[in-house]
Each structure stands twice: as C-alpha cells, then as structure tokens.
Design a protein around this ligand. Structure first.
Ligand SMILES: NC(=O)C1=CN([C@@H]2O[C@H](COP(=O)(O)OP(=O)(O)OC[C@H]3O[C@@H](n4cnc5c(N)ncnc54)[C@H](O)[C@@H]3O)[C@@H](O)[C@H]2O)C=CC1
Ligand SMILES: O=C([O-])CC(=O)C(=O)O
Length: 313
C-alpha cells in the first residue's frame, strides 16, 4: 500500500513521522510546495530510523505529483493554520484554493485513492475535496473527531487520575466550538464516567474540549500538530490494515441522524474501503439538539464555499 501526505508542515510531517514509526508501510511520500521542506523532513525521519528501529522510508518531494502516483491513501494537510484571535472558518478562502488544487493533482495521479482531509475549516475543506474529487463519499472524509475525542479523554484522565488508555468516548458534530462530546457514551474501563466525575467537573471538561484547539493556538501562536498528526496516522493505519476500527470521522451524511448533504463528525467503521459503515446512535433530545446546532453552523460555512465556487466557475 502506498500512502502520500500532502503538506510537510507541522501536521503533515508529524503524520509521516508517526506512520514511519508504526512501521507497516514500505514507503510514504511527503509532498510540499515549499522547495526542500518535504525532502528535508523526510531525510530527518529516515535518519531517525536506526535509532527508533523502523524500515518505512519517507520520501520528500517538491510539488512533484508524479511521485505520488497510485497512492492508496492520501492525507491532505496543506493549508494555513490559524493564529490567536482567528477562528478556523477564517481560513476558508485561502485553504479552499489550496485543497481544491491539491485534490485535482492527487486525483490525476491516484484516481482510486482514499482521501483524508485535515486542513481547516475541516468539515468544509472535506466538502471541498469531495466536490473536486467527484468520488464516492466513503472514500473522501476528514480527520477531527479522533483528535477532539483524544483531548476529551486526556482531560478526563487528568481529572480521574488514571491512564488515558482506559477512557473510551465518542464525540460528534463539526470540528468547531459547537462540537458535541457525549458523556452518556463515555466510560472508564467500562465504568460510566458520571460515576467517577462530578457533573460540574464533567461540564468544565466538555467546555474545555470544545475550545481545545484554541487553547493550543493561544499557547503556541499556531495550531497543534503532535496529536493531529498522530490522529491522521491512526486513520491511515485502520484503512491500510483493514482494521474495522470505530472512530468519529467527518463523513458525508445522506439522511443519518436526520441530516443530509452535509459533512459532519459521526461514528464510523474504518477499513480498507474507507468508511464502511456510519453508526447511528440513539441520541436523546438534548444530544439531537446539540448536533443540529452544530450541523447548522457547518452548513452555513459550506454555503460560503458553494458561493465562492460558483463565483469562480
Ligand atoms: N483537522 C484537524 O483536527 C486539524 C487541522 N489542522 C489544519 O491543518 C492545516 C496544516 O496545519 P500545520 O501543519 O500546522 O500548518 P503548517 O503551516 O505548518 O504547514 C502547512 C504546509 O502546507 C504547505 N502548503 C501550502 N500550500 C500548499 C500546496 N498548494 N501544496 C502543497 N503544500 C502546500 C505549506 O508549504 C506548509 O508546509 C491547517 O489548515 C490547520 O488548521 C491542524 C490541526 C488539527
Ligand atoms: O485549532 C486549530 O486551528 C487546529 C485544529 O483544528 C485543532 O487543533 O483542533
């Protein structure tokens, strides 16, 4: 299986580095538009191999899509990250142009690839790639839910004083401040989280999770990359190894949860065909309301993209 990561910035280079460490691929192609960046980071990752014991080779290229030909999975991380004071949605015009042109190039050389979008605003950039790629929606989806759920699980582990490994959770909705963590579907080694964390503390953790990306942007002046890069790599692994893992993924909905023609985070089964199934949870009224608010927000930004694209058509 061949995997390409487009964008050798913080998230893309981390994703390629994590993939190399997992050691289940022969080669990963890392592509960037900036001369030398992908080559340099690929070389650095290869020089780490004798220390960390892996054989996966990361090859860096500058805008040479011929080298990505026949990729099975492509991760798109190219695009601007936000700075303090910005929302993810503020990135739409710059990143839509980048995601569109990258997707066109990818499809030209790897028509059958499964595409995982990471660039922000995530739900809308995934929609942009879908419109451009003209592929089945089970093969075009976005990474956000694994990251957002990981933040939620990490905060809970701190509060409980336990290993983050033992927190299982699911989170739905758009990758923005309207995302929907689901305490009713959160357990700690099988124990309902509500038995271990007081209601006010749980609510504070949910609120912190929703703005978890912004917390890091304010600390660093740019957005996160270690957890995002690893989350994208985890999706690649589930696909390449046909693991049938259940993850929250930004998926195209065609009536699930009463929503249609929208990209939104929902639990799915990930395997060799990409999204093999969307799981429909039996949400209560409050959860449905939160999901519908999140969907409304995503739809508004999707409409902005539609208008941008019809203006340039
Ligand atoms: N979905 C999620 O959960 C997350 C999404 N992100 C998003 O991922 C994107 C990347 O973030 P970072 O890696 O931190 O940014 P970065 O600035 O470190 O890297 C972006 C890279 O994209 C490259 N690039 C720009 N235009 C390109 C093109 N046309 N073709 C190929 N490469 C191109 C740049 O040269 C740069 O190296 C941002 O949009 C950010 O908001 C970041 C974290 C989490
Ligand atoms: O916050 C950002 O801009 C980057 C991102 O999506 C995240 O880290 O969740």
């Amino acid at each position: 299986m061949k995997v390409t990561v487009v964008g050798a910035g913080n998230v893309g280079a981390t994703c390629a580095n994590v993939l190399a460490h997992r050691d289940f691929l022969q080669e990963v192609v890392l592509l960037d538009i900036k001369e030398g960046t992908a080559e340099g980071k690929a070389l650095d990752t290869w020089q780490q191999a004798p220390i960390d014991y892996y054989s996966t080779k990361v090859t860096g290229v500058t805008n040479d899509y011929a080298r990505t030909a026949n990729s099975d999975v492509v991760v798109i991380t190219s695009g601007l990250p936000r700075k303090p004071g910005m929302s993810r949605d503020d990135l739409i015009s710059t990143n839509a142009n980048i995601v569109k042109s990258v997707t066109e190039n990818i499809i030209k050389h790897s028509p059958d690839a499964i595409i995982i979008v990471v660039s922000n605003p995530l739900d809308v950039m995934t929609y942009c790639a879908f419109l451009t790629a003209k592929k089945d929606s089970n093969k075009v989806f976005g990474m956000a839910g694994i990251l957002d759920t990981a933040r939620y699980r990490a905060f809970l582990a701190d509060e409980i004083g336990c290993s983050p490994k033992d927190i299982q959770a699911i989170l739905m909705g758009g990758h923005g401040d309207t995302m929907v963590p689901l305490p009713r579907y959160t357990t700690v080694s099988g124990i309902p989280v509500t038995e271990l964390v007081a209601a006010d503390k749980l609510e504070a953790i949910i609120q912190r999770t929703k703005v978890g990306g912004g917390e890091i942007v304010n600390l660093l002046g740019t957005s996160a990359w270690y957890a995002p890069g690893a989350a994208a790599a985890q999706m690649v692994e589930a696909i390449v190894k046909n693991e049938k893992r259940i993850f929250p993924v930004c998926a195209w909905l065609t009536g699930e949860y009463g929503l249609k023609d929208i990209y939104l985070g929902v639990p799915v089964v990930l395997g060799k065909n990409g999204i093999e199934k969307i799981l429909e949870l039996d949400l209560n009224n409050e959860e449905k309301e939160l999901l519908s608010t999140s969907a409304k927000h995503v739809k508004e930004v999707m409409d902005v993209l539609d208008k941008m694209q019809s203006a340039t058509a």
